[in-house]
Design a protein around this ligand. Structure first.
Ligand code: G1P
Length: 289
């Protein structure tokens, strides 16, 4: 079994749900407390042993490239003032560990992943959607890699969602369950209300075999007129092992304003530096009669 070394981060999306904040700034750069969403996803990938980060970007996303670059003026100025650069450590990529490809048109998640095919090559790879913000120990992708080492094949992160929310997700037709692993028998992207095969949804973490690129090459359009990763994955079922892993931790849907605020509140409360002040403020706010 080939080791998982590469991860694809589709970051070309327009972020319309956060306008006007995302008019001139990538949604992946929205901070949770003091780190942008994309940084959490990259840190999660590193923890899982990923060595090469592949960003599929689009117009107006250059802040992401700058974020993971060396900022000479900033570092020189900070060093000159005797300030530690430790806080910038995780933003640095070693040469060769990062690649950028451009998705010229927003044609869907499947198309974004397909844009990375030449860099992925003939290897298994991970896909991380930064707006699914996953908090766990170990991180979500590490939990998936641990499972992958036992099962091989394809693994997607799975989470039960309320019945009235299944139409917002890729949804799994579940087979046999063993602990946190569920065999995936079928997949459907954004089923119409009342037609979902279960309430086990696909969450934005995937470990996929390179053959999925061949399926994506047909460029078939699915839900919303977009080229869907879910449809391509469905085409792999039966040929290779395919499992859903229920993640042990908390997911915040940071593609949604309420989820994003919840992530900020939860992480702020855990922090030694600002936690007490935020807690005191929250208690005053919520306990008002
Ligand atoms: C994407 C995928 C969907 C998945 C979801 C998880 O949808 O297409 O299958 O369930 O991410 O967040 P999006 O949220 O981009 O519409």
């Amino acid at each position: 079994m080939k080791r998982l070394r590469k991860a694809v981060f589709p970051v070309g999306g327009l972020g319309t749900r956060f306008l006007p904040a995302t008019k001139a700034m990538p949604k992946e750069m929205l901070p949770v407390v003091d780190r942008p969403l994309i940084q959490y996803a990259v840190d999660e990938a590193r923890e899982a042993g990923i060595e090469q980060m592949i960003f599929v970007t689009g117009r107006g996303k250059s802040a992401i490239e700058d974020h993971f670059d060396i900022a000479y003026e900033l570092e020189t100025t900070m060093s000159g003032r005797g300030k530690s650069l430790a806080i910038l450590e995780a933003t640095r990529m070693t040469p060769g560990s990062v690649a950028y490809v451009r998705q010229q048109e927003p044609m869907g998640l499947g198309h974004a992943v397909w844009c990375a095919r030449d860099i992925v090559g003939d290897e298994p790879f991970a896909v991380l959607l930064a707006d699914d913000f996953m908090v766990g120990r170990p991180g979500c992708l590490k939990q998936m890699v641990d499972a992958y080492e036992r099962t091989g094949g394809n693994i997607i992160c799975a989470q039960e969602v309320a019945d009235d929310r299944t139409h917002l997700y890729g949804v799994i037709t579940p087979g046999a369950r063993s602990g946190r692993l569920t065999e995936v028998r079928g997949l459907v992207e954004k089923p119409a209300q009342g037609t979902a095969p279960s309430n086990l949804a696909v969450i934005g973490r995937y470990i996929l075999q390179p053959e999925v690129m061949g399926v994506l090459a047909s460029q078939e359009k699915g839900a919303g007129g977009e080229i869907q990763l879910t449809d391509a994955m469905a085409g792999m079922i039966g040929n290779q092992p395919f499992h859903g892993l229920t993640f042990d931790g908390t997911r915040y849907d940071c593609g949604d304003k309420a989820g994003y605020i919840q992530a900020n509140m939860a992480l702020a409360l855990e922090r030694d530096d600002i936690g007490p002040a935020v807690r005191a403020f929250g208690e005053g706010l919520f306990c008002r009669d």
